[in-house]
Design a protein around this ligand. Sequence first.
Ligand SMILES: O=C(O)CCC(=O)C(=O)O
Length: 338
Amino acid sequence: MGCDTFQFCLDDRQIHHFQDAGYLVIERLFDDAELQPVIDEISADLDARCRAAVADGKLSRTYEEYDFEHRLTCVDAENNNISKSMWDMKVVLPSFFGLMTNPKLLDVAEQFCGPEVIASAVYRMRPKVRSHAWSPVPWHQDSAYFEPYCDMGLVLTVWLPLVDATEERGCLWVMPRAHKGGLFFHHPDDMAHYLVIPGKEFGDRKPVVAPVPKGGVLLLTNRTPHASFENKTDVVRWSMDLRYQGAALPTNAKITRVPGEAKSSATVGVPLACNPPEPDFLVRSRIRPNEVLKTAEEFIALRKNHTYQGATDRWGYSVAKRKDPLANPYKSNNTTGS
Ligand SMILES: O=C(O)CCC(=O)C(=O)O
């Protein structure tokens, strides 16, 4: 597909960097105006949570005089249940759909995943606040959480900060060129929340830090090892991570199949989706444009109505053993954040 069809076109150097190193930072993809609806809705959601906590006697005041970058840090120092209640995919807001279907972002996804772009509903919002025990995310490959069938396909992670994500604020680190083989061994972490690649698996490999300014994105493959560490500042590292794949990989998106696309089949080991616990949806298509999800209402309904389907427990580590079901990245979540 030539660049003339895209509003946002990657150059050969960027494509090569992604393919060779397994990651790419695009420093400027979004204008502030494109991120502001998301920031406004998250701020309103946080405001509602603070007011409810004050009314319930669980917070002394709302801290409403603080801006988006600082308010949750102040709230968290008194009551960290609020930031916990917003972590992962517990908040579902209409503006998230607008962000996930932003045409420039879909141009980027299409350049790697092909013209039939599926948004995997494995999206996360991560407000990383100073001193959270759960917010450093240990070294892992996203595929460790997905169905093994999808290991060698591309599930593109788009990690995007809503503030400047610096090393001090706990941006991501990546292990360059470690995506070219299969999966590293993972074990559960001490909180029984995350999967971890033990350090010795990496041998002499050296990680690199990947700061991303607000408006930029970090792209990762599903086999690129990455991690994030503590936020050492008072600025909340608000970020989202979104995922995309082509329609040839297994998907639970409700689409008409065409020849060459994987169909779920227990007998030949094709799973329902790369990540069955959450619902996928078609976001761009040339051959079935009528099946593209069009509205935020449909997106919210899809998440609410998705029937939970378990994922393969590839590491022999049962999800049921996880200690913190609130923070369980496998668990389907049907809340609307209200
Ligand atoms: O945002 C973070 O700190 C971790 C993100 C991550 O691990 C992911 O997107 O897979």
